[in-house]
Write a protein that binds this ligand. Sequence first.
Ligand code: SF4
Ligand code: SF4
Length: 365
Amino acid sequence: MTLCLILPKIKNNMQKRTLGKTGWEISVIGLGSIKLPLISRKECEILLNTAIDGGINFVDTADCYGDSEEKIGLALERRRKEFYLCTKIDERDGIGVRKKLERCLRRLRTDWIDLILFHDLRGSEYDPIFHTGGLETLERARKQGKILEIGISIHNSLPMMRKAIESGVFSVLMVAYSAFDEDRLAADLLPMAHRMGVGLVAMKPLAGGRLAESPSLPGHKGFIRGESLAQVSIRYVLSNQNITCAIPGMTGLYELDENLQVGRQARELTMEEIKALMECVGEAGKGFCRSCGYCLPCPEGIPIPDIFRFESYHDRYNLKEWAREQYQSLGVHADACSGCEQCMEHCPYGVAIPEKLKLAHRILY
Ligand code: SF4
Ligand code: SF4
């Protein structure tokens, strides 16, 4: 991280939107912390404090993001009332949820968490949160003032997202949403969530960094109107008014500054700009798994998008141990692939699924 970069003191005119029925006014740019394990404590302290000074008031983390919770706790303990804190837990049952919640509170050095999410629900994990005590435990914690709101994050199951919205139980739904996901979620699910007062937070607005890989450095002339591909991509996500907040992962002040500019200077993308972005997305997206799930079901029961996601957590975010654990806990692994290629007929994005599965298995097993 470039520590010597001093951000200019700009008047804080960060745009805000209301987070569903919570009524909270949230900055349209939140701080995603999946990459905090990649930087030092000192760098985190500078990054996080500069983010809060810059008008960001939503900080997102997860129990499984390495030492991210500890770093946030250390950096922002004294500023706890200046931002909404969101974390996520992988447990589904009462005992597991209680233990994890206590650990989150300890690591984050706080008496309360504003928003806690059941993290990354997949397969048959939805019903157990209702029947094995997970939800009940969080509701009890809410009555005790340890948490204020309960939400859920779902990566690729549209039926599960629909169920969660319709349940009326969750205040917030966190979805992976970027220019890559335009057609999948925008038409139906996002407006429905918005209508029902479920706040929508867009994780992976840069598709796990895929939309940030064009030159985005000081001196670079930019992708459109002097802005980087990352900035235009976040503008695109925020142009969907159903989304309250996008939470790009950040590790440095340059990225933060770019994101703050987007949040402070709202502007609509023109049709020409959207067209240019879509062309670029088409190029960047060749062979890239969007977690859409169109390739499912696989006759061997392989959870294809989950495996590719674990691979990307392993490679891009350096969450190696967590990614391996998640992979190894799957009931069916990538080596069950028979090579029938049925999945490839359904993948609209040209992912070489059997080949990529072999690679993922080598890395994760
Ligand atoms: S090629 Fe492999 S992953 Fe794809 S459907 Fe066949 S068995 Fe499943
Ligand atoms: S492999 Fe293709 S169809 Fe399957 S989840 Fe990824 S992008 Fe979607």
